[in-house]
Write a protein that binds this ligand. Sequence first.
Ligand code: ZN
Length: 224
Amino acid sequence: MRALAFASELLGSRPPPRMKRADYPTALRTVIGELKRLPGIGPRSAERIALWLVQSRDARADAVARAISEVTTQVHPCERCGFFSTEPLCDICADPSRDPSVLCVVEQPTDVLPLERTGGFRGRYHTLGGRISPLDHVGPDDLRIGSLIERTREEKFSEVILALGADVEGEATANYLAEILNAMHVTVTRLAQGLPAGAGLDHADELTIQRALSGRTRIAPHSL
Ligand code: ZN
């Protein structure tokens, strides 16, 4: 015991020299830091991807960097519907074979492809960029509602389908739009209920969306 006490006294009186903790070089830490900021990538994944980029022979880091840089400069919202595009008009708006008489209004551009994948809709789209949400300070003027009204006036749709969320905010937005569109003498419909509340269309499976689309119901002016 005495020997142990002596040893600890000796150690305590002589603090170990401070060693600089080793870390990755700055360039590698920068990549890890940037990757970590991406949605769905945690610190471990960020580190794994960064290490793969510097170690793997077929990592093609240049191609990855170029693709990321190009996507941010080339892809922008379609000036008519708001879907992703590299041209002024997206592929859907520019496609002459689409039915110009039916418009489907969705909250986000990411809602378009789930509807497209069902193959059950051949009309055109309009993305709002969100929904009316007073709690988040999102009012009608913050959404692409002005251009929707303009399109409805100019393109003379026979039907406008409101494919919005089934929760309170989605409903409120749908009612707000239905009132305006009904006053413009357009037939307004909404997807049949059955979509998961609060979840965007990108979370619903194809069959659910297809059923919701084919079972859509009219929002008549007097139903508001
Ligand atoms: Zn478009």
